[in-house]
Ligand binder design. Structure first.
Ligand code: THU
Length: 128
């Protein structure tokens, strides 16, 4: 059966309504499926000390772990206009850690693997 990307995007669209972005006015919502079927989400949370803003993916990864862990299998993030956007560089690293090279992402240029959006990634294996 083909993966239901639209339902996952709907979860990201719900998440973006909770964003706290009074400084950049750029809201982000992220959603991912976990290998046990769970869906985890996150929204960006900014701060008066601009540099400590939390990306939506940070909340998503925290929710992944607090709800039982597992591996991310599919991911999408959207802006406040419900448009698909790319995860920033730091967040690609967060996603790589928790999904690995085969994680599938809905990107601005279609469905891609984590290996395509973060090639030759530094990861847990490099610490062996
Ligand atoms: N942002 C995210 O939440 N995730 C990303 O992958 C890209 C950037 C947020 C951070 C900041 O609150 C706002 O978008 C503008 O950069």
């Amino acid at each position: 059966m083909t993966f239901d990307w639209e339902s996952l995007k709907a979860a990201a669209e719900e998440a973006v309504t909770h964003a706290y972005a009074p400084y950049s006015h750029f809201s982000v919502g992220a959603a991912a499926t976990v290998d046990d079927g769970r869906v985890v989400t996150g929204c960006n949370v900014e701060n008066a000390a601009y540099g400590v803003a939390l990306c939506a993916e940070c909340g998503l990864v925290s929710q992944l772990h607090i709800t039982g862990g597992g591996r991310l299998t599919h991911f999408v993030c959207v802006n406040g206009d419900r448009e698909v956007i790319m995860p920033c560089g730091r967040c690609r690293q967060l996603l790589y850690e928790n999904g690995g090279p085969d994680l599938q992402l809905w990107t601005v240029s279609g469905i891609k693997t984590m290996d395509e959006v973060l090639p030759d990634a530094f990861g847990p294996d490099d610490l062996d």
